[in-house]
Write a protein that binds this ligand. Structure first.
Ligand code: ATP
Ligand code: MG
Length: 583
């Protein structure tokens, strides 16, 4: 059984279907884990202690699903004055790397949780786990099996078929001890032997049909190097690591439910210092998102995205670069609750939490993504009007920045129509609009290039309207964002959208490649921003008026870069409504 894919239940097969927010109740989101811990405490279990752990395998970066587990484990520890360990579950050396260990630490900290000195590695327990295995052999409860992986599988039977004993099941304790010692000494080839728990080949639970607990794998480990040619299997290592750390509540996802009898069997059959209990909850699935690390790694490997922290990825580092905040993610996780039944949460719920958080924290500034020159013909060249404009229009006490109105400004190309439809309140020949905070202008003419494209708008302003007020109370409905052509900075803007264009990109019978949204990234390299935006540091959040929320990224070839976190409104909701109406 050296096939690493069979070590853990396959999360990709988790059932889908329940509606988003099903766990929500009037009294706040349901969380049965909280109730369970509270009742354990009330019953006096574990001497009143609560100890949880977050156990990532360092074989990839953390995603928003992990955030649910992190918030739950650290959250329960906080609420019940307990502790939460960070444990790297590193028993599977091929895919694991210190790069991931470092990234996981950074992401958990970023989310707002602190494990203090309680950082552990399953690999720290290799010697103790080895001794536990010997203890099982000595008790006649484990044996060295020579069946190759395919035979182990065949002999295990299936749901309808009972298992068949391995020919090695009756091997003597002495022989088992000797063979296991030789496995550990590195005398055998990969896959030549396994150590298996001797439980019950007739059990209705396949996990109890003599599961392998050690396999030979002569692969270097990122922490123990070549010290171990054998590695413990997940089911064996996990519960015993929990016991060694004195965990009281071992919270994991539903696909481990059928493994609980095995989890308990090891604890019941070994001298362990504590008796943790496994509690399973429904993993987070999101619409328009693939969540399994395997698929995310594939996206990275095939360069379908630009690394684990590509802002289109549902990884925590990707979301951070995209401009999602830890507060928004925590609020989202709190809102969806913790249920015992698998479901799929609508990604717009996450997006809503992000908007809500950014709305409260972001200053409002102006940037023009697709600039169109606008010249105010009756505004003297060389003149520059200083205008104080609030950073937070609803909270003017939070400060201003200075805008400069000049003869030539840039407006958004989309804000001009030569043939204006009815109820068009933006720019069109003859129409008057307000430049936000600045003045009223009326479009009088346009300038075209050789191909007839409009390349410049000619306008006249009402000098009485300086500051943007209508001087005689005349109605000017449209208010546009703009920047001064003389003062604006150049910027690269990356517009991000959902990476997949169907609700369930992991649908069975399909390859997720079919559903990749080709428009999930659009790069604009000639945007114009008000100067204040050039002073922002990577990671700072801002609302571009009328356009959405953006987050500063590292400069690219000397140019300021902003990533669009999210638009101001849910454009997908509209789209979906339309699709439904059309069908
Ligand atoms: P994936 O299934 O995405 O490959 P994993 O389960 O292999 O992830 P681990 O490193 O083993 O990743 O996960 C660490 C912890 O995070 C586990 O306790 C796991 O149950 C939990 N976890 C992983 N994915 C989710 C999810 N989508 N929702 C909630 N918890 C999750
Ligand atoms: Mg898993």
């Amino acid at each position: 059984m050296s096939d690493s894919k069979t070590e853990r239940p396959d999360s990709a097969s988790a059932p889908r279907g329940a509606a988003a927010g099903e766990s929500r109740q009037d009294s706040g989101p349901a969380n049965f884990v909280r109730e369970r811990i509270a009742s354990d405490l009330a019953a006096g279990l574990n001497d009143g202690r609560v100890a949880t752990r977050f156990p990532p395998e360092p074989n990839g970066y953390l995603h928003i699903g992990h955030a649910k587990s992190i918030c739950l484990n650290f959250g329960m520890a906080d609420e019940f004055a307990g502790t939460c360990n960070l444990r790297f579950d590193d028993t599977n050396p091929e895919a694991e790397d210190t790069e991931y260990v470092d990234a996981i630490r950074e992401d958990v900290r970023w989310l707002g949780f602190d494990w203090q000195e309680r950082e552990f590695f399953a690999s720290d327990y290799f010697e103790r786990l080895y001794q536990f295995a010997i203890e099982l052999i000595k008790a006649g409860k484990a044996y060295v099996c020579s069946l190759p992986a395919d035979k182990v599988r065949e002999y295990r039977g299936n749901f309808y078929q009972p298992g068949k004993d391995s020919p090695d099941r009756g091997r003597s304790i002495e022989e088992n001890l000797e063979l296991f010692a030789r496995m550990r000494a590195g005398e055998f080839a990969d896959g030549q032997y396994t150590l298996r728990a001797k439980i019950d080949m007739q059990s209705a639970n396949l996990n109890l049909r003599d599961p392998p607990i050690y396999r030979i794998k002569r692969v270097d480990h990122h922490r123990t190097g070549n010290a171990w040619p054998i590695y413990p299997m997940y089911d064996f290592a996990h519960g015993l690591s929990d016991a060694l750390e004195g965990i009281t509540h071992s919270i994991c996802t539903l696909e481990f439910e059928d493994h609980r009898p095995l989890y308990d069997w090891f604890l019941d059959n070994l001298e362990v210092p504590a008796r943790p209990q496994q509690i399973e909850f429904a993993r987070l699935n999101l619409t328009y998102t693939v969540m399994s690390k395997r698929k995310l790694a594939q996206l990275v490997r095939e360069r379908l995205v630009d690394g684990w922290n590509d802002p289109r990825m549902p990884t925590l580092c990707g979301m951070r670069r995209r401009g999602y905040t830890p507060e928004a993610i925590r609020a989202f996780v709190e809102r969806i609750g913790v249920a015992k039944r698998d479901g799929v949460v609508d990604v717009s719920l996450l997006e809503h939490a992000v908007r809500e958080d950014l709305n409260a924290r972001c200053p409002r500034l102006m940037g023009v993504l697709r600039p169109l020159k606008l010249t105010i013909e009756n505004f003297p060249a060389g003149r520059s009007e200083m205008i104080e404009a609030p950073l937070f229009p609803d909270e003017p006490e939070r400060g201003n920045r200075t805008l400069r109105l000049t003869r030539t400004v840039y407006v958004e190309r989309d804000d001009f129509r030569e043939e204006a439809p009815r109820k068009w309140f933006r720019l069109a020949p003859g129409k008057e609009v307000r430049l936000r905070y600045a003045c009223l202008v009326t479009c009088t003419d346009v300038v075209r290039d050789a191909d007839g494209n409009v390349v410049e708008l000619l306008c006249r302003w009402d000098p009485e309207s300086l500051g943007g007020k209508s001087p005689d109370g005349r109605k000017v409905k449209g208010t546009l964002h703009w920047v001064s052509a003389d003062h604006a900075i150049d910027a690269e803007i990356r517009l991000y959208d959902r990476l997949f264009n169907v609700e369930n990109p992991a649908a069975e019978g399909h390859d997720f490649h079919e559903f990749i949204n080709p428009d999930a990234l659009e790069v604009i390299t000639d945007a114009k921003l008000e100067p204040r935006l050039g002073e922002m540091s990577p990671g700072e959040h801002v609302q571009f008026e009328r356009l959405g929320y953006f987050c500063a990224d590292q400069p690219h070839e000397g140019m300021t870069v902003f990533n669009r976190t999210i638009g101001l409104r849910d454009s997908w909701a509209k789209l979906e409504k339309k699709l439904k109406a059309d069908s």
